[in-house]
Design a protein around this ligand. Structure first.
Ligand code: ATP
Ligand code: MG
Length: 354
């Protein structure tokens, strides 16, 4: 069976380390594996408007930023189709039909949406569009008949919602849609990378991010200010590694060869952890080590970004071409959907002519 990938990001800011370990890195690996025939990567501007409707400028300004981030991490437009969601009106049409297949109660139960509503302080003024974004995500995924969705853990309820819609649609109308599966990162800590403030999730909306495009100096400043263990006051105090963001990041990024390169006092992360827990190892040393590792990972990404930034017209063309290609695929699926729902009156007179 042809395997198809769809993933995307909201253009609400530049992309950060959470995106990188949670999804972007995986996308690049899958792209380069050659095992996937179709890879679609969506800049979800329409979804971003559901909670930024009063700030369309922010969403618009970030489209290019996200595109540059994609290209910088190694998304290759010859192998992956990058497109802009709002330019494909077929997705909105699909959303409208899928809305009938989901109850309000079901949307209100979605744990990620619940969480995000709380975070955004909507109180009782929740925009209907925001509540419905899981339905629009189902439209995005099914329009491309995607079966593999590489995402962070926060997206699992969205994939589940999509699977329910697919099953309901196929049962009521016809077997047109494909049930997708989430592909989570292998490394547990990468499923939901915390913010530098120690909050549960690094997120553009929380302002606790290390961005892929941050300069080496900015990254250093952020790492030096990172949340660690509030009970570890003196170097000699025993420290805790649970909930200690610096150690969580080391779990996400540290490889054995980093010790040779940056810290040959230790041979493994476990040795560092043991010393920290025993007492006698200060935060600054651990942070310096993390800083070297993160900057090593980000340096080639920054360099590639600078190259692409020199020719933004070429990036624009990549978006136009990707969107054209994606639109064709979405239009073909929408036609099948409408045929299954018998909404294709002008193709088949008998449907409405008595
Ligand atoms: P916003 O705050 O605007 O929602 P965000 O930072 O949550 O932005 P999204 O565009 O919503 O980013 O997420 C894009 C993808 O990145 C999703 O697959 C999501 O699971 C993944 N992702 C986002 N943040 C993290 C994180 N901290 N750890 C792991 N994966 C993440
Ligand atoms: Mg999000």
């Amino acid at each position: 069976m042809a395997k198809t990938i769809l993933t995307g990001d909201r253009p609400t800011g530049r992309l950060h380390l959470g995106h990188y370990v949670g999804s972007l890195k995986r996308r690049v690996d899958l792209q380069n594996s050659g095992e996937y025939k179709n890879i679609y990567i969506m800049i979800a501007d329409a979804q971003a408007l559901t909670d930024n409707f009063d700030n369309p400028e922010k969403v618009r300004q970030n489209i290019m930023e996200v595109a540059l981030d994609y290209l910088s991490v190694g998304i290759n437009p010859d192998l992956s189709t990058i497109f802009i969601q709002s330019m494909i009106t077929e997705l909105t049409e699909l959303t409208f039909y899928y809305m009938n297949l989901v109850t309000l109660a079901r949307l209100q139960l979605n744990p990620t949406v619940k969480n995000e509503i709380q975070m955004r302080d909507f109180k009782s003024s929740i925009p209907v569009g925001f509540l419905c974004y899981p339905i629009s995500q189902a439209a995005d995924i099914t329009a491309f008949k995607a079966d593999v969705i590489p995402v962070g853990e926060d997206q699992l309820p969205m994939i589940e919602q999509t699977r329910e819609i697919v099953r309901k649609f196929n049962h009521i109308y016809d077997e047109v849609l494909v049930e997708p599966k989430a592909m989570l990162p292998d490394n547990q800590v990468c499923m939901r990378l915390p913010g530098i403030d120690g909050k549960a999730k690094m997120s553009k909306s929380l302002g606790n991010c290390i961005y892929l495009s941050d300069s080496a100096e900015d990254v250093q400043k952020k790492i030096m200010s990172m949340y660690t263990d509030p009970t570890h006051l003196k170097v000699t105090d025993p420290g805790h590694i649970e909930g200690n963001t610096v150690f969580t990041y080391l779990d996400a990024f540290c490889k054995p060869e980093h010790f040779e390169r940056y810290w040959n006092d230790y041979a493994s992360l476990n040795e560092v952890k043991e010393h920290y827990q025993r007492g006698g190892l200060g935060d600054v040393k651990v942070k310096r080590f993390l800083n070297s590792i993160v900057n090593e990972e980000l340096e080639p990404i920054r360099t590639r970004r600078k190259e692409y930034e020199k020719d933004l017209n070429a990036v624009y063309d990549i978006l136009v071409q990707g969107t054209d290609k994606a639109k064709e695929v979405a239009a073909a699926t929408l036609a099948e959907v409408k045929q299954a729902m018998k909404l294709n009156y002008f193709e088949d007179k008998a449907l409405i002519l008595k």
